[in-house]
Design a protein around this ligand. Sequence first.
Ligand SMILES: [Zn+2]
Length: 435
Amino acid sequence: MTDVFADLVGQDEAVATLRRAAASAAALLRAGAPVATPAGGGDTDGYDDLDALAEQFDQPGDEPGEVPAAEADPGAGMTHAWIFTGPPGSGRSVAARAFAAALQCVHGTGCGRCPGCHTTLAGTHADVRLVVPEGLSIGVGEMRALVLRAASTPSGGRWQIVIIEDADRLTEAAGNALLKAVEEPPPRTVFLLCAPSTHPDDVSVTIRSRCRVVPLRQPPAGAVAEVLERWDGIAPDVAQWAAAAAQGHVGRARRLARDPEARQRREAVLAVPRRLTGVGAAFDAASALIEAAEAEAAASVAEADEAERAALQTALGAGGTGRGAAGAMRGAAGQLKELERRQKSRATRAQRDALDRALVDLAGFYRDALTMALRAPVEPVHTDTATTAAAGARKWDAEGSLRRLEAVLECRAAIEANVKPRIAVEAMMLSLWRG
Ligand SMILES: [Zn+2]
């Protein structure tokens, strides 16, 4: 079965919920307005009955003659706002995109082959807007513009869909702008939010109360390995190693399996515990870790930065001559500054993400040492450093291994709480050395 949900690894329950909702949504469209199809069967005739359609959202059981009984069950049916929660890498945004595709699918199932499915998954569907925050938060201006556009009639005749990745990064003002739209949803608009959890720190209680939650779990390594083998054609032994090393993070596993540079960076991080032989070595290790994260981040944003600068300069008529061009360039300074501000914010975010990946790898190493010291019957996260972890377990025992694991987790928490990364990492390295 290669439909739009195929990439959602180990999430059977969530997929079942989303399939039911997509079927229910298709039934709503059939009941309320004819669906435009690429074959030319439909046109814009049926769009005037949007209010009736909106009412069905609130009382799905009101029109039993129109909506099949199973699909009219409010617990199984469609609603206009959803939150996908789960740990990083569990596939929150994959789930949101797959669901969006199923809603736009001309067959209403997420077949994976029709134009609706295809364009949604490719990110080119006219009625699907994807917000990927590039900086550290999503601003109110961006959100207002988005909410406004989302209220328009879907050009494809199905749904207007707004996917907000990292909804936990909304500013308070942006959250309020979104809340208004979620409280009084335009008739055919669907909001799909992704967040680590429904904790009030991540999503405001009022937004949460208007949304249906789809919890995703950390997929087991076996399921991740299977996907890498089946969809990415990766050799079984590499797939299994990468799935375990990525600790259930599908995207990370895929990168490790395919990208030699990602593997090298991981090896450098996992070499840290052996190198911590003194205070000087601890500070060196901290510098190396920070600089590696900076380099990785710089490489990842460089291309986008350059393309944006070039696009803006073209738009502003750089290289033009004459009085008009000179005037335009003066006005352009502000726009250029705004672009630079956005790019800087994105770079900071990329650095933090790179550093966090390194810390997760490091935490995995100390977790291995801890489980070995406890003789727990679990597979190591990092099979390739298992010997070093075993040596650590003998040297530090369970207590020392646990303290080191905690030092790594505290460092992650400190950076999340805006402590300067270098300071947090230096403190961590000293703790790892002293134990
Ligand atoms: Zn389809």
